[in-house]
Design a protein around this ligand. Structure first.
Ligand code: ADP
Ligand code: MG
Ligand code: MG
Length: 886
C-alpha cells in the first residue's frame, strides 16, 4: 500500500516536494531535537490523489488514525478525552508558500463534552470556552466559508458588554451557543461534535483549498505549477493564551530588512498565534521577552543559532510559550530584501558557514538590479498612502494626471493614474515619470509596457479609488486631485502623497566609482560578491555604448569592451542635413561630396570612443536603420509643401524631400531596406564608415593609444551579402595608412543567418547575436506593436511565462543561438561569439548564454554589474542546500 502519512520523526527538509515546506521543516526541527509539538504530515501525494478522484484515497484515514494514536501515546492524552483532551492544529503547506490557500484550524477536538475537560485541566474556564468559540469560528470560516463578520459581530457585542477585565466564562459559554447557531444557520447542520469527524473534514478542506480561485490565481501569477498539491500538517496544540507566563511570537535570525546580525521579532504575551497577525493588541519587541521570561528568551536565541548554523542561512520562526515552556511551531529560510540578501551572504562567508561560490547563489542579478535604482529617502519617514504591486522598479515623483493625452502634453513631471491601461495610453505612459493603476498585477498591460520601457510602475493598488470624471482619486477618506503631487515606488509598490525626496542608490554610486567599498555594509557586500563573480566567470561582459561618455561609464561599471557601438546616432542632429544631401544626390559626385562631409565627423566620433575604451575591443556596427528614418516624416513634408504651394511659393528642397520620402516609403520598415542591404545598394556608404573607423584607429595609434576596433555588419541573412561587404571593406582598410588589423564580423539576427551559420562563419571573424531582432524575426513579432497590444493577455494566459524580449526564449530563439554557435565554431574554431541584444543584461538569459558557451554578453552600461554577477553564478555550481526563497 502507498504511504501517505509521515510522522515528524520520519521526514527531513530535503523532502519538501512530498511534505510541503512547512512539514519538511517541522520534521527537520524534530530531527534536530528541538521542542516541536508531536505530529505528522499528510503528503502532497495524498492531496493529488484526493483531487484526482474527488475522495480520500483508500486507507488514508486509517493511516491518519494510526499516526494519531502514536501522538496520543507519546503525550498520554487522547483526542476526544473528556477529562484531559488532546487538541490538534491542522495546517496547510505546499512546496512553495502560498497565501490564498486555506488557513490553519486550531483547537480541533473541542466539543460540548471536552470543553469541560480542558477547563478542568487548564484550571482556566474562560480559556476553554474561548478556545471552543475560536474553533467554531475558524472551522466555520475555512471549511464552510461562513463569513468572518458573522462571528465577529457577535464577538464584538460580547466584548462591548464585558467589563474592563474582558468577558467572563459564562459570557463566553453563551457566545459559543450563539456561534453554534450562526454555524448551523449558514451550514445547514450543527457543528460536528465528533473530534475525529472535525479532523477528517479539516483535512479534506485543506486538500480542496488547493483549487480555490484565490489559490489558482496566485499560482498562475507566480508560475507555480498547478499539479503539486498541498500537504497537511496535523500536530498537537500548545497554548500561548494561558496567562501572563504564556505567549506567542515570530522571530528572524537576522534583520530581514538590512541583514544586520542579531535576533529580531515580535512577541505577544497571553495570546494564540493568529492574534499576532490579527493585530488585536500591540506586540512587543523581543528584548521585552528577555525581560518577561529570560529563560525562554535564552532558549529561543540558542535555538535560532542552531537553526542558522544548520540551514546556513537566515531563518524565521514561529514560536509559542505555554506556561514558561518554549515550543517551536515553524521555521523556514526567511524572505529578505535585496539589500539583506547581499549583506547576509557576505556575513555567512565571513562566518565560515558558506563558501564564496555559494554566496553567489544566495543573491541574484535581479536583486542587484533593484539595488541600483534610486530609492525614496525613508529617513524622511513617509507613510504610504496605499500599496500595490511593485511592477517596474524606480522612484518616481510627479503630478497626478488621469488622462493619457494630458500626460503626453504635460510640461512638468507627471504620474499617470489609471484603473488599468490599454494601448491608447501609450503616449501618456511614455511621457509620464511613472504609472499607477488600481487594477491588475505584474502581467497587466501597464506592467508589461512600463517594464519594457524602463518606466516606474505600481499596479493593482486596490485601495486607490479612481474617479476620472471628478478628477480625483480617494484612498479611504483621503482625496488626491489631479495636479497634486504623489510619489510611487516601483520596487515596493508603495504610493505616497506629496513629494518624497529621492536618494541615489549607494550601490550605483559605488559602481560609478563615487563611493568607496567600505562606505557601508551593503556596498561592501556588493563589492565582495561582484569581485568573486569576476574571479570565477568565464563569460566576458561588454557594453552597448555609442558615445565616449557611455563608454567611460561602462568601463567604470566593469565592461571589458564595447560589444555594440551603433553608428546611427552619428547621422542625427545637425548631420541630418548631410544625410538628406546623400539621399537627394542626383550624381555620383554629389553623393561622394555628402559622404566626404560625413567622414571627418564619424572619424572624430570613433576617436573619442576608442580613446575611452583604450586597450579593449570596440565592436562598431555599420549603419542599420532605413535611411528614410533620417528624413522628416511624410505628413510634415506634405503639409509644408502644400502650404508653400497654396502661397504660390517654391517648396524648394521640401519638394525633393517629399518625392524621396514617398519613393522610399516602406510598409514594414523593420523588414525593408536596412542593415547590410543598405550597404549593398547605397554606393560608398559602408566604405565611408569603414574608412572613418580605420582612420580613427590610425590616429589613436599615432597618439600612443591602443585602439581595438572591430567592424560588424548588421542583418546579414546570406553569406554572399557578407562576402561582398567584406571585400569592399578590406579594400578600404588596405588603403588607410597606419591602421591596425581590424577584424570583420557579422550580427546573427535573422533566422536564416543562424541556420546557415557554418557558411557565414567562413567569412566572419566573429558573430554577435542580435537577440532583439532575432526574437522579432523568429516569432514574427513587431515589438513596438505586440508588447502593448497583447503581451499582457499572453502572459496572463500563460502562453509565455515571461516576455521573450525580457528573457531569452530558450526553446525557440535560444535553439537558433545554440545551432549557430555549434555550426559557426565547427567551421571556424577561433570564432568569437557574443550577444548584444537586451537579453545580454537579463540574469536568466546570461546564465543561458554562459551555458551555450558564448564568449561574452554585451548590454547597456547600467546592466553590466548585473551581467557580471549572473556570469559568476553561471560559472559555479548552485549550492546543494534546498532553498525555498520563493
Ligand atoms: P501560516 O502559514 O499562515 O503562518 P500556520 O499554519 O503557520 O499558518 O499557523 C497559523 C497560526 O497558528 C500561527 O500563528 C501559529 O503560531 C499557530 N499555530 C500553528 N500550529 C499551532 C499549534 N500546534 N499550537 C498552537 N498554535 C499553532
Ligand atoms: Mg506560519
Ligand atoms: Mg538588429
Amino acid at each position: 500500500m502507498l504511504k501517505y502519512v509521515y510522522d515528524f520523526f520520519e521526514g527531513d527538509r530535503s523532502r519538501a516536494d512530498l511534505l510541503g515546506g512547512k512539514g519538511a521543516n517541522l520534521a527537520e526541527m524534530t530531527r534536530l531535537g528541538l521542542p516541536v509539538p508531536p505530529g505528522f504530515t499528510i503528503s502532497t501525494a495524498a492531496c493529488r490523489a484526493y483531487l484526482a478522484q474527488g475522495a480520500p484515497p483508500a486507507g488514508l484515514f486509517d493511516e491518519v488514525n494510526a499516526h494519531l494514536r502514536e501522538v496520543e501515546a507519546r503525550l498520554g492524552r487522547w483526542l476526544g478525552d473528556r477529562h484531559d483532551p488532546l487538541l490538534l492544529a491542522v495546517r496547510s503547506g505546499g512546496r512553495f508558500s502560498m497565501p490564498g490557500m486555506m488557513e490553519t484550524i486550531l483547537d480541533i477536538g473541542l466539543n460540548d463534552a471536552t470543553v469541560g475537560g480542558l477547563a478542568a485541566h487548564s484550571g482556566d474556564e474562560r480559556f476553554a470556552w474561548d478556545s471552543y468559540r475560536r474553533l467554531i469560528q475558524m472551522f466555520g470560516r475555512t471549511v464552510h466559508g461562513v463569513p468572518a463578520e458573522e462571528f465577529e459581530r457577535e464577538l464584538a457585542a460580547v466584548l462591548a458588554a464585558a467589563g474592563p477585565g474582558g468577558p467572563g466564562a459564562a459570557a463566553l459559554r453563551d457566545l459559543v451557543e450563539t456561534y453554534k447557531k450562526v454555524y448551523a444557520h449558514h451550514v445547514g447542520h450543527d457543528f460536528p461534535q465528533s473530534p475525529h469527524e472535525q479532523l477528517y473534514l479539516a483535512i479534506r478542506s485543506v486538500f480542496e483549498s488547493w483549487n480555490a480561485d484565490r489559490a489558482v490565481l496566485y499560482r498562475r501569477r507566480e508560475h507555480i505549477p498547478d499539479d503539486l498539491g498541498t500537504a497537511v500538517n496535523v500536530m498537537a496544540m500548545v497554548f500561548g493564551n494561558l496567562g501572563p507566563d504564556s505567549g506567542t511570537g515570530v522571530a528572524f535570525t537576522r534583520d530581514p530588512a538590512t541583514g544586520a546580525p542579531g535576533v529580531y521579532g515580535d512577541y505577544l504575551p497571553d495570546a494564540q498565534g493568529e492574534d499576532v497577525v490579527a493585530g488585536i493588541r500591540n506586540t512587543v519587541g523581543l528584548p521585552e521577552l528577555e525581560r518577561i521570561d529570560p529563560v525562554s528568551f535564552r532558549r529561543l536565541t540558542e535555538i535560532m543559532r542552531t537553526l542558522e548554523r544548520h540551514y546556513r542561512d537566515l531563518c524565521d520562526v514561529e514560536f509559542t510559550i505555554e506556561r514558561g515552556k518554549l515550543w517551536m511551531l515553524q521555521t523556514r529560510v526567511g524572505k529578505r530584501t535585496p539589500a539583506a540578501a547581499f549583506v547576509i551572504a557576505a556575513q555567512l562567508v565571513d562566518e565560515g558557514l558558506i563558501s564564496a561560490d555559494e554566496a553567489l547563489h544566495r543573491v541574484s542579478g535581479g536583486q542587484l538590479a533593484q539595488l541600483m535604482f534610486p530609492g525614496f529617502d525613508l529617513d524622511a519617514a513617509p507613510v504610504p498612502l496605499a500599496t500595490g504591486v511593485g511592477a517596474s522598479p524606480g522612484a518616481a515623483v510627479g503630478r497626478v494626471v488621469f488622462d493619457s493625452a494630458a500626460a503626453a502634453e504635460a510640461t512638468e513631471p507627471v504620474i499617470l493614474v489609471r484603473r488599468e491601461t490599454n494601448p491608447d495610453d501609450l503616449p501618456g505612459m511614455i511621457a509620464a515619470q511613472g504609472v499607477l493603476t488600481s487594477r491588475g498585477g505584474k502581467t497587466s498591460h501597464a506592467a508589461v509596457v512600463a517594464r519594457g520601457m524602463g518606466r516606474t510602475c505600481v499596479c493593482g493598488a486596490e485601495a486607490v479609488r479612481i474617479d476620472p470624471e471628478r478628477g480625483e482619486f480617494t484612498v479611504g477618506d483621503r482625496v488626491v486631485r489631479a495636479g497634486d503631487v504623489i510619489s510611487i515606488d516601483g520596487s515596493t509598490g508603495r504610493v505616497y502623497a506629496g513629494s518624497v525626496p529621492v536618494r541615489p542608490s549607494p550601490v550605483a554610486r559605488y559602481l560609478a566609482g563615487e563611493l568607496s567599498p567600505e562606505a557601508d555594509p551593503l556596498v561592501a557586500a556588493v563589492h565582495r560578491l561582484l569581485g568573486h563573480a569576476d574571479a570565477v566567470r568565464r563569460l566576458g561582459v561588454r557594453a552597448n555604448a555609442d558615445t565616449p561618455a557611455d563608454a567611460r561609464r561602462a568601463r567604470a561599471f566593469g565592461a571589458g569592451g564595447i560589444g555594440l557601438c551603433r553608428t546611427e546616432h552619428m547621422f542625427l542632429g545637425e548631420r541630418r542635413e548631410l544625410v538628406e544631401r546623400l539621399i537627394l544626390a542626383d550624381t555620383p559626385a554629389e553623393r561622394d561630396a555628402a559622404l566626404a562631409a560625413l567622414l571627418p565627423l564619424q572619424r572624430a566620433d570613433f576617436v573619442g570612443i576608442l580613446a575611452a575604451m583604450d586597450g579593449l575591443p570596440v565592436t562598431i556596427r555599420l549603419i542599420d536603420p532605413p535611411l528614410h528614418e533620417f528624413l522628416p516624416p511624410l505628413h510634415e513634408l506634405t503639409a509644408r509643401v502644400a502650404r508653400a504651394e497654396a502661397l504660390g511659393e517654391d517648396p524648394g528642397r521640401d519638394g525633393a524631400l517629399l518625392v524621396a520620402v514617398r519613393r522610399m516609403h516602406e510598409a514594414n520598415p523593420m523588414l525593408g531596406l536596412r542593415g547590410v542591404r543598405l550597404g549593398l545598394v547605397v554606393p560608398g556608404l559602408f566604405a565611408m564608415q569603414v574608412r572613418a573607423v580605420a582612420e580613427a584607429a590610425a590616429q589613436r595609434l599615432r597618439d600612443g593609444g591602443d585602439p581595438r576596433p572591430e567592424i560588424m555588419v548588421p542583418l546579414v541573412g546570406d553569406v554572399r551579402e557578407l562576402t561582398a561587404v567584406r571585400i569592399e571593406a578590406e579594400r578600404v582598410l588596405a588603403g588607410v595608412e597606419g591602421a591596425p588589423e581590424i577584424p570583420i564580423g557579422t550580427m546573427i539576427e535573422v533566422p536564416r543567418a543562424a541556420l546557415t551559420a557554418g557558411e557565414i562563419a567562413a567569412e566572419a571573424r566573429f558573430f554577435s547575436f542580435g537577440t532583439n531582432d532575432l526574437t522579432q524575426t523568429a516569432w514574427a513579432f513587431s515589438r513596438d506593436d505586440v508588447e502593448g497590444a497583447f503581451f499582457g493577455a499572453y502572459l496572463e494566459r500563460g502562453i509565455f511565462p515571461v516576455s521573450p524580449f525580457e528573457s531569452i526564449d530558450t526553446a525557440g530563439v535560444g535553439r537558433l543561438v545554440r545551432l549557430a554557435v555549434a555550426e559557426g565554431r565547427a567551421a571556424r574554431p577561433e570564432l568569437t561569439v557574443g550577444v548584444c541584444g537586451e537579453h545580454g543584461g537579463d540574469p536568466d538569459s546570461v546564465e543561458f548564454f554562459a551555458e551555450v558557451g558564448l564568449d561574452y554578453v554585451s548590454c547597456s552600461p547600467y546592466r553590466i554589474p548585473i551581467a557580471r554577477l549572473a556570469a559568476g553564478r553561471a560559472a559555479v555550481r548552485p549550492a546543494d542546500a534546498p532553498s525555498d526563497s520563493r
